[in-house]
Structure formats: C-alpha cells, structure tokens
Write a protein of this length. Structure first.
Length: 173
C-alpha cells in the first residue's frame, strides 16, 4: 500500500523528464526546408532561431549632421525565449491509516439431566435411573477492517539543468 504511491511518484518523475526532452526536441529543433518549402528529413535537424530586426538610433550624427540609424538583427534560439517545462516532485506525503475492530464473544452452557423411575408392587422393585450431561461452547470472532490511504504530492517547476543553461547561453551569444 505504501510502495505503490512511491513507485508512482518515481514513474511520474521519469515521465516528466521525458516530457521535457520531448518538448525540447519538438519545439527547439526542426528539419531544414528544401526548395519546395517542405521539411527535408534527410538532413539533420537544426536549432530553431527567431530573428528580431529593429532600427537603432544611438544619437550619433554623421558628417552631414544627420542621425546615424543602424538596422540591427538579433538571432535568438526559440528555446531561450520559452519556459521549458521541467516538473520536479518536491515531496510526497503518504498517510496510511488502519482501523481494526475485533470483537470476540464466548458462551458456555451446561445442562445436567437426571431421570429416575421406580416401579414397585408386591414383589421386586424396579429402579430405572438415567442421567445426561450436555455442555455447549460457542465462540464467535468478528473482525472489521478499515483502510484509508491519502497521498499528497507536491510538484514544482524545476530550475533549468546547469548543462542546458550553459548550452542556451552559448547559443544566445
């Protein structure tokens, strides 16, 4: 009863890690496009980049006194812009309550019976005696069982693994 929820928590952690890998694979990488605009699955997948272009005026003037305007293009990996789902089970609380009610009853009864019969007249006397003894014993056992299992799991968004953070920093530089 206790091992099942613990194993489920471990399995959930594994599933969460696999979901993170799947998310990075599906969202962060794509096949390059061929000449028709279709994904070319014969080539390795490439990192999905997002291009930002804006015009920047640094407040500088050229030789003629006109403001110097620069077109700036920034390429950023899509993964660096998205929160990567990475759930971590922070703690698992298992409350296992058992309530056992046991009732035992015993009863004993004794019965003694004696019968006597005397016949007489002018001659010999007949005496007939019979005795009986009876004992009854009954034992009853009744057990009531109640089980309650309460599992409380707290999962939180985990920090990006250090290796993945370094790779994203390298790609963003």
């Amino acid at each position: 009863m206790i091992g099942g929820p613990l194993q489920a928590a471990v399995d959930a952690q594994v599933a969460s890690s696999l979901a993170t890998v799947d998310f990075i694979s599906k969202v962060g990488f794509a096949y390059p496009l061929d000449d028709d605009g279709e994904p070319d699955t014969s080539k390795p997948r490439e990192l999905v980049m997002v291009d930002f272009t804006h015009t920047r005026d640094d407040g500088e003037l050229d030789d003629e006194g006109n403001p110097v305007v620069q077109n700036v293009t920034v390429k950023v990996p899509l993964l660096a812009m998205l929160p990567i789902p990475s759930l971590r089970i922070e703690h698992v609380v298992i409350d296992f309550n058992v309530k056992l009610n046991s009732v035992q009853s015993a009863s004993t009864s004794d019965a003694l019976g004696v019968n006597a019969e005397v016949k007489g007249g002018w001659g010999p006397v007949n005496l007939k005696v019979s005795a009986s003894y009876q004992r009854k014993t009954a034992t009853n056992v009744e057990v009531k069982k109640e089980y309650a299992l309460n599992v409380n799991v707290k999962a939180v968004q985990d920090e990006i693994p250090a290796g993945l953070e370094k790779i994203l920093n390298i790609l963003a530089a």
